[in-house]
Design a protein around this ligand. Structure first.
Ligand SMILES: NC(=O)c1ccc[n+]([C@@H]2O[C@H](COP(=O)([O-])OP(=O)(O)OC[C@H]3O[C@@H](n4cnc5c(N)ncnc54)[C@H](OP(=O)(O)O)[C@@H]3O)[C@@H](O)[C@H]2O)c1
Length: 282
């Protein structure tokens, strides 16, 4: 049976591990805060006390950790224990520079490396409907298919490692701008004494409409923020987007999103959903 080590069972990693198990793959899961991995035992996964234990006998090592430094720290600590021939599928959002550093780490230890960040949040992760953006050596595309199909509705394979991260950053620039724009229109409505629900009604069903405005805008209006993507990770992603853009293009909307996210994080919303960007406008 194909064995997948899942390192990091947070908001995304936990349901991804569950879906790998549901697809009939053997799963060995580890999380720094052990309690978050324990529920996977009920799904038939092996819950491990250390990353070294998790990677033992693995055909694939999936990292779904917060950021590049976390992925580097964890994989460095076990790189020599990963079985020969195993493939490291890096699925967290780490940006361009860290993707390249993680690729170098893999090479140093003779590991195959696939850069495969995902689009979609908690609910698509639970439903196995993420969009996997894959890149790496072409011969690994087919090999990784069972993993990608277990967690995603589709895979877009875009070439050499790093290419998928570029596409992820481009997509995240869109998500960040959209969330910020939603917060700004709602904030403006409130400032002008307009019922913000009327704004959502006004765009509803037309060319200006987008489901995300209703999802995140609805949360802002209600003041209820079911956690899908923490504000601290959204701020991290905005920084990764801006770093990648360098001086090549002016991303004013992403800069605005970052400023509002940083204000929301400073106001205590770091671990709440990114829709709390709304508080950053105040
Ligand atoms: N949520 C989303 O909508 C979404 C969508 C697409 C991509 N992503 C990306 O997916 C990744 C995971 O996000 P998430 O939403 O699942 O976040 P999360 O729930 O905060 O999970 C982060 C994971 O990283 C671990 N971690 C952090 N620092 C660590 C360290 N130094 N050493 C070991 N483990 C460490 C955490 O362990 P502890 O539990 O011990 O803190 C946890 O397992 C991030 O890169 C995020 O940007 C998220």
């Amino acid at each position: 049976m194909t064995t997948v080590a899942v390192l990091g069972t947070g908001i995304m990693g936990l349901p991804m591990a569950r879906n790998l198990r549901a697809a009939g793959l053997a799963v060995r899961a580890w999380n720094r805060t052990a309690d978050k991995a324990r529920p996977l035992a009920d799904d038939g996964a092996t819950v491990c006390d250390s990353p070294a234990e998790a990677v033992s006998g693995a055909d694939f090592v999936v990292t779904m950790l917060a950021d590049g430094p976390a992925a580097h720290e964890v994989v460095s600590s076990v790189a020599d224990s990963v079985p020969a021939g195993a493939v490291w599928i890096q699925m967290g959002t780490v940006g361009l520079e860290w993707t390249s550093r993680l690729g170098a780490l893999a090479e140093e230890h003779g590991l195959s490396f696939v850069d495969a960040p995902v689009l979609g949040t908690r609910q698509p992760a639970e439903q196995g409907k993420l969009v996997v953006l894959g890149s790496g050596p072409d011969d690994l595309r087919e090999k990784c298919r069972p993993v990608f199909e277990a967690v995603g509705a589709r895979t877009i394979w875009v070439g050499e490692a790093g290419a998928a991260t570029k596409l992820k950053l481009v997509s995240n620039a869109w998500v960040l701008a959209l969330t910020n724009a939603t917060a700004e229109s709602i904030g403006l409505a409130e400032t002008l004494g307009v019922d913000p629900a009327l704004f959502l009604d006004a765009i509803s069903g037309g060319a200006l409409d987008v489901p995300y405005a209703h999802l995140k805008g609805g949360a802002m209006i209600k003041g209820e923020y079911p956690l899908a993507f923490p504000a601290k990770h959204a701020a991290k992603d905005a920084r990764l987007v801006l770093d990648a853009a360098g001086g090549g293009v002016d991303l004013g909307a992403v800069r605005a999103a970052l400023a509002h996210l940083e204000a929301a994080v400073s106001a205590g919303h770091a671990d709440e959903d990114m829709a709390t960007i709304y508080y950053g406008l105040r």
